[in-house]
Design a protein around this ligand. Sequence first.
Ligand code: AKG
Ligand code: FE2
Length: 184
Amino acid sequence: MGPGGFYQPGFNSGAKLNLHMMCFGRNWDPQTKYAARYRCDGYQAPPVPEKLVSLVKTSIKDSQAHDDKIPSMHPDIYIVNFYTTTGRLGMHQDRNESSNSLRKGLPIVSISVGDSARFSYGHNRDVRKANEVLLESCDILIFEGKSRNSYHGVKAIIPNSAPLPLLQQSKLKPGRLNLTFRQF
Ligand SMILES: O=C(O)CCC(=O)C(=O)O
Ligand SMILES: [Fe+2]
């Protein structure tokens, strides 16, 4: 939580999101979307690490082996969310990327690390009508084509569900990291 690191983003109403976030490549924030070059605390987003760009491109290639309609993309935005065991994220669409990226349905690649999450997704904001899938550590989820516009959110984090070797080999605090890669 040092300078330029994770912070708790907020809405115009003053309410805060129930997670901490940091961005690489380009800053995104619920209030300024992608318009502000600098964060509210004055920091710019560091570049997207090259190793992660390769990882994302490989995961898209792997998925294209199963479905050749999945478009390729170059991740120039990388958003990291950290949820404590009481963290959550309301139902929303990811629609702030460029109209070109949205029109082409360029994939968003989402990687989960740490505790598992009850992830909801559906055709509208109503979480009661949503489907649910458990996202476990190392799961990779790709939103593309029609699913690129789906409503989704994190209903709950399952405490103490992270793999033990991960906790032993990292300084990960109880909770979940979610990494999303997008092309603006
Ligand atoms: O944490 C997740 O799995 C979802 C994150 C998300 O929807 C977002 O960052 O836009
Ligand atoms: Fe999202």
